[in-house]
Each structure stands twice: as C-alpha cells, then as structure tokens.
Design a protein around this ligand. Structure first.
Ligand code: ZN
Length: 377
C-alpha cells in the first residue's frame, strides 16, 4: 500500500477553495480545478519514495495490476480518479467510443498531426467513459432533453423550430453548428435577449443562458447547452457519461472516475479547438431525461455502469471495521472523517494505492471513502 501525493491541475474554471478545503490546506487565491489520483503519464501521483505511481506500476505490472487487468488493459492502471472542483462551467463536450477512438487516433497519426497540436482530436486510442459523483450540490448538462420540450423552449424564445420539429435533433444541431460564425452570434444574441424574460418551466435554463453568454459571448455552444438536460445532483448522486453523450459540468465539487484517456471532442463554451465534423460523427442524439444514479447500500455502495475500465463505490465507515474484497489494483480516497486502511490512519483528503496482490483490505474508523477499482471486464 502506498500513500499518494496527488498533482493539482490549475485550470481557470477551477474553484479556488474546494480542493484546498478537502485537503485541509489554506487556499492560495488561485483556481484549483482537478486533483488527479492515478498513474496518467502527464501527471502521475507521487509516492513517499519520490517515485511516481506510473513508475511503480511499470516495474511490477503483473503483481500490482493482476493478470486479468494486465491482459485486458495492458501494463497500466486502466482508470484515472479525480476530484473535480468547478467554479465556472467547463466546455460542452463528448467522448468517442473505443472503435471511434482507435480509428481517429490512427487517422491523425497517419496524417502526421503532432500529439500536442491544439487541433489534435485524438490524444490516444482509448475511449473515455466517465462517472461523476457529487460531493456538494453539483450542476451539469447531460444528454439531449426530450425533443418536444426543446421545441417548446425554443419556440417560446422566438427561435425558428421547423427543422428541430420536422427533421430532428441531429439535423437541427448540425445546421446551427455549421452556420457562419456571424449568423451563430446573431442567433445567440436573439436567444439570450429573449431569455431575459424567463420561460415558464425553464427559469434555470434561461438564467444559464445569460451566465454562459457573460463568460462566452455569442458562443454557439449556448444553443447546444439549451438543448441539454440541466441536472442538479445532490451529494452522493452520480451521472454516467457514456460515449457520444453531450455534456458540460457547470458548478460544484465531485469525485470523477474515468478510463485512462484524454480524448475530448468539444462543441463550444471554450477557447480551445472545436472540430464540428468530428463531434457530429460521435454524438448520440437519443433524447430524454438524464439518468441519475443513486446509491444507498451500506457499507459499500457501488455505482453500476457498463464501463469495463472502472468501478466506483462509496464506502461509509461508521465505527465497525469493514473488509473490502479484492478487485485488482485500487485507489482509495477519504473525503470525510478519519479512516484507517490496513491500520494506516488517513485524514480527509488522503489517498492510497493498493496493489492487486494485497488481497482484501480492512477499513475502520468513521468517515466516507471513495474506492476506484477496475470494472467487471
Ligand atoms: Zn467529459
């Protein structure tokens, strides 16, 4: 078992206080967006020896990952755990399926697009399903809202809805995303102006349009955002974002677990590269309400998803010692209270890596622990 020292990503959208509060450290006045717990080559966790978790795993992949994980995912940790602290909205985005990522990565490699080029879409050949579990109340956009509801909202805002009504979400989204920039800006201006007078039943959406417009004036992503389900998660509730799901995290702190990939296709609300054609090729236009995952099982509540790469669970420790059965390599993060793992006392914000060879893990104390392991591959 290794105590982890985890890198912080200071993206501009990060909350200046949420991650320092979790770690019990004074804020330094700058945004701290993500805490990365894992072995990702660009920012691996550090061990007390000073080595990185990536190096540790590379030295003994079979012992630390186990045979099943090694055979399926290769000599690396198949998942990356994060604490995500959004003070401001993140970009509108979707992630490719495994087949799309493999094809896209091969295409860009063949075309000689440098891996760190700003217009590179596929940084690796892996898919990136992800699950976000709220630690605080958490606001997000997730998947296309029931189309008839969007027609009602857009009509109330005075926008043309014939294509949306007659030809569907794909046709409408494609039409808007491929308009000339000036026409997109004019459309957004009209929408934001109309949304000053809140539409009944869509008050929060109308407020969101104004907020996004203040951050990203005339950005076509605002139209996309208003086609999505606006979801508010309570602490302990989670969203699973599968391939092709258009989503954006808006505000709040959560624990996020994802496959070991960096493949993001953006649809706006960002100064970064937006490749509309590539985004359209991966998007899932199925409409309807977002599914919120709720777990109340004790002591270990598992958030079930179809992702083979990872499994997230929340362990409530309340005095009585608990044994967590072995599931291969795992990362444990304490988000509340004080918990002893294999006899080592861990405060809030502390985390450990436990190799597959260590078997079942004894946990005691009082608090809440998030547990990341491989999925049911
Ligand atoms: Zn995402």
């Amino acid at each position: 078992m290794e105590l982890l020292d985890n890198p912080i990503q200071r993206y501009a959208w990060g909350s200046p206080t949420a991650i320092p509060t979790l770690l019990g450290k004074p804020p330094d006045g700058t945004p701290q967006a993500e805490l990365w717990l894992g072995a990702h080559p660009s920012a691996p966790s550090r061990l007390r020896s000073g080595a990185s978790l990536e190096e540790l795993i590379a030295e003994a992949p079979q012992r630390l990952l186990g045979d099943a994980s090694l055979a399926r995912f290769g000599p690396r940790l198949p998942f990356l755990l994060k604490v995500l602290a959004a003070g401001q909205p993140l970009s509108l985005q979707a992630h490719p399926s495994l087949a799309q990522a493999r094809a896209g990565f091969a295409r860009e490699e063949a075309a000689g697009v440098p891996r760190d080029a700003p217009h590179r879409n596929y940084k690796d050949a892996n898919h990136k399903p992800e699950i976000l579990c709220a630690l605080t109340q958490f606001h997000a956009l997730c998947g296309f809202r029931q189309r008839s509801e969007s027609v009602r909202l857009f009509a109330a805002l005075g926008l043309e809805t014939t294509v949306l009504m007659d030809q569907g979400l794909r046709a409408y989204f494609e039409q808007v995303m491929t308009l000339p920039k000036e026409a997109q800006g004019a459309l957004v201006d009209r929408l934001v102006e109309a949304a000053r007078k809140p539409v009944k039943g869509f008050e929060a959406e109308c407020q969101l349009a104004a907020r996004l417009h203040a951050l990203y004036p005339r950005d076509v992503g605002i139209i996309g955002a208003l086609l999505l389900n606006l979801v508010t998660l309570q602490p302990g509730e989670a969203l699973f974002l599968d391939a092709g799901n258009l989503h954006a995290y808006l505000e709040g702190t959560g624990v996020e677990l994802m496959a070991n990939s960096d493949n993001v296709l953006r649809g706006g609300l960002t100064p970064k590269h937006v490749d509309v054609k590539e985004l359209l090729s991966v998007l899932n236009f199925a409409d309807g309400p977002a599914e919120v995952l709720r777990q109340s099982a004790q002591p270990e509540a598992v958030y079930r998803t179809p992702a083979p790469d990872f499994r997230l669970s929340r362990v409530a420790v309340a005095g009585k010692p608990i044994t967590l059965p072995s599931r291969g390599a795992q990362v444990l993060l304490v988000v509340e209270g004080e918990v002893a793992v294999k006899g080592m006392k861990l405060r809030c914000g502390s985390s450990v890596f436990i190799g597959a060879d260590e078997g079942a893990v004894a946990v005691s104390g009082t608090g809440t622990v998030f547990r990341a392991t491989p999925g049911n591959a």
